[in-house]
Design a protein around this ligand. Sequence first.
Ligand code: FRU
Length: 553
Amino acid sequence: MMHAETIELEEGTRVELWARGPGAIRALIDGVVVWQVPALSEHPGYYKYHHREACAVTFEWDEPESILWVYSWEPGRVEDCGITVWEFGATGITRRTGTEIDAWMRADTKRPGLHFSPIRQWMNDPNGLCRIGETWHLFYQFHPSGTDWGPMHWGHAVSTDLFHWTHMPVFLHPEQNCWQLGATGGAFSGNAFRDRDGAQMFFYTERLPAYDLFSGYREIQKLARPGRGLVTAESITTVLETRPDGVEHDFRDPKVWWDAVRGEYRMILGASLDGDPAVLLYGSENLLDWRYLGPLYRAPARFRGEGARAVECPDFFEIDGKWVLVMGFVGHTDPVSGRHNLLYALVGDFRDDRFVPDNDALQLLDFGTDFYAMQSCAADGRQIAFAWLFNWEDRKPPGSPYSGEMSLPRELSLDASGRLCMAPAREFEALARERGEVRDGAAALPDAPFDLVLTGGLEGARITATQAGGTSFEVGVTDGVLWVRLPQDDGRIRYDARIAPEADLRVVHDRGIIEIFADGGAVCGTRRNYKHTSPDALTVTTNGRATISHPEA
Ligand code: FRU
């Protein structure tokens, strides 16, 4: 059955859509077809319609389910207003802009209120994090035609406070139509970089169309230069295609910086070197030609034995004169805890193109494991980071319009013993309402995020959140071990970490997202509980003091 609706569009409006057959879609002005896809392919495809003059246009479509993701934007207004989301239904087109998008997202009682999530479809790693003027840009791995991982694009959102986001058009597309090729791949993760002339650019990996998720694929590095307002990538150049000896296929997630001492650019990539997870170092004089300088880090052989296939999303940055290397070991399972795909940090010195850690022991960055692919950027005198709250252990129940959430924005620092510490960015404190003391016994919880802080003697402390009397989650400290438990945990995996007895503890909860910051932020744990998202009561047992607030974005 054919559906139709006529709407007024401004001059220059771009409509971008992802759709798959069966059916057709067309646009008519005064009864004349000006744009159409007469037969949508059985594979998802990307289409765009550019509306040239302000006037009424009639859209006709057959199957609402064929149209997977649609939005429009106006070049002169998009930087301020973001995209307008379109839903093609059986009775017409619903369009939502800024505050209407927010209201629609907030109406989803399973969606977190403080944590960034995409409007629809699949999101993974944070990408291209940067601040330009007063505006933070968060890009992310995005699959626009479904709520599962698939051909990768870069989604994009902007904010001035890291909590209220305006959604922008897709920034990067795969080089080829992966869907049509029956392949995966596309615009993989990467970072923002500003050169010494102030030109903003992005380095990222393209996984060329691939037919196996674990081997045999080819990954190349690209440079994308944005157009005005960072709305779309205007020019894309391949800058590195050849892998060094010993590197088979994992060769991705570039981070670039200017090395003032060497007077040259540096880039790192996550890889596997002769089977060991490794970080590779490259140098360049012009950002276009890169030469291999050798491995910056190579994981001890035991990691390979424990399943680690490669380093993903390496991050490398300076704090207080020290260099911090952060890495995800994909495929790795820790034999003691059963946790997998862990994120580690090393702190040390970077001199003469060599990274020398102060201590060979890797610092585990998250004992909850739903915190991966962390990416940070130096801006505003701080090192700000986001991570993707996912571990492939569990996923959103079917029916959700989206998958994937980011952590709270976090501020990174080093403590006196040289550990990397994380705390919610200071903008988070501005969202907090009055802090109240938590008394003994169960206290009723509103259906709102909470921020609970325990100080003074944590041994024996226990936090239990319940919903209609059933446990939603528990956090506790037993014999110097901090742990987090969900009722559905079957004991195969242990989510715990040692902490000092006098440590502090902060638990932020937002619709099933549990972020734990302990011991000055040196011990952090993140869990995503999809099953119990709205606890209605909280019991806190502690010898110290407990306070709570309900931050609101
Ligand atoms: C990490 C990762 C990256 C890659 C991207 C693809 O989650 O596998 O290494 O660039 O996701 O979506």
